[in-house]
Design a protein around this ligand. Structure first.
Ligand code: SAM
Ligand code: SF4
Length: 322
């Protein structure tokens, strides 16, 4: 079955935030003290997530991404991966993580059926890493990336949020990893949830990287999504640009988002969403859950309004899952 929204976009991708907790406090994502935590009893259980994914799969969702907060701080995440990987119709399960706990879980995740990971990494300098994450150790993230590659969670995509005056001078270092290590690096425009720094337009980052060689456009790599991909001459890895501010990708948006507390949202950057948890906890039938998912799809907006400065007010990134 194929599912389309009101603007003829095929919807086949569900991003699930499995927790609002995180072991880091990135300056662009959270205030220093963190965000008020949702009581554990309000977080969806793995069984409840399973029911949502079963219903979604019956409607035509075939890709799942687990995110957070930091998904690896939720206990027994590999168990959830295994449960989801057994659902008929789910072709791919991937994970977005800060990588610091990946060394510990990479093998278990791979064995459970995880296909790929995206690791968020904004710097190669230990002191900057501590500044950006307010607590983390660069070594842990780098070891996590290595562990993922070693167990075959490939291609590991590295997500880098570019901030002027903070890490903007490292774009070339990241780009050169596409030669040295075959990384797939994606530069993300900073979204102004927290006032930490000025964003750097993708066009500027691209121009800077071309100091290394002419970037050649390349067709989407596994998982594609919102990035535009290029390759430096002779490099094994690719360079992607995700430009929510200067080049919104809404016309290709194929996703829904489930928050850790059970709200199904049609857009990362809008406050709208419908509570699924109530239905899940009232023993609703799978048909009723499917009807609600369809209601959310119908409500999917044509585009977000970030360029006009309109941001979601009710949730932050760690709650909806970035
Ligand atoms: N903790 C995991 C991680 O950091 O990868 C998953 C959740 S995090 C909210 C998901 C993604 O959102 C990360 O790649 C992070 O860099 C990105 N993100 C968070 N705040 C952002 C912002 N203000 N602008 C752009 N990207 C942001
Ligand atoms: Fe945590 Fe990810 Fe947000 Fe950083 S970006 S604070 S790692 S949820």
């Amino acid at each position: 079955m194929k599912l389309f929204d009101s603007f003829h976009r095929r919807i086949n991708y569900l991003r699930i935030s499995v927790t609002d907790r995180c072991n880091l406090r990135c300056i662009y994502c959270m205030p220093p003290q963190g965000v008020p935590l949702i009581p554990r009893s309000e977080l969806l259980s793995y069984e409840e997530i399973l029911t949502v994914v079963q219903a979604s799969a019956e409607l035509g969702i075939n890709k799942i991404r687990l995110t957070g907060g930091e998904p690896l701080v939720r206990a027994e995440l590999p168990k959830l991966v295994k449960m989801l990987s057994q659902i008929e119709g789910i072709e791919e399960i991937s994970l977005t993580t800060n990588g610091t706990l990946l060394k510990k879980y990479a093998i278990e995740l791979k064995e459970a059926g995880l296909r790929r990971v995206n690791v968020s990494l904004d710097t190669f300098r230990a002191d900057r890493f501590r500044y950006i994450t307010r607590s983390g150790e660069l070594k842990d993230a780098l070891e996590g990336i290595e562990a993922a590659r070693n167990v075959g969670l490939q291609p590991v995509k590295i997500n880098t949020v570019v901030m002027r005056g903070i890490n903007g001078d490292e774009a070339l270092d990241f780009a050169s990893m596409t030669y040295k290590e075959g990384w797939s690096v994606r530069f993300i425009e900073l979204m102004p949830f927290v006032n930490v720094a000025e964003f750097v337009p993708s066009a500027e980052v691209l121009q800077c990287i071309e100091l290394l060689g002419k970037l050649e456009p390349c067709s989407a790599i596994a998982g594609n999504g919102p990035a535009k991909y290029y390759r430096l001459p002779g490099a094994k890895g690719t360079i992607g640009f995700i430009s929510p501010v200067t080049e919104p990708f809404c016309s290709n948006c194929n996703r829904l988002r489930l928050t850790s507390y059970g709200k199904l949202c049609p857009c990362l950057l809008a406050d709208s969403g419908i509570d699924l948890k109530g239905l899940l906890r009232s023993d609703a039938s799978i048909q009723e859950i499917k009807r609600l998912i369809l209601r959310v799809i119908v409500s999917k907006p044509e585009q977000h309004r970030l360029a006009k400065g309109i941001l979601p007010m009710k949730r932050n990134m760690s709650q909806i899952g970035g």
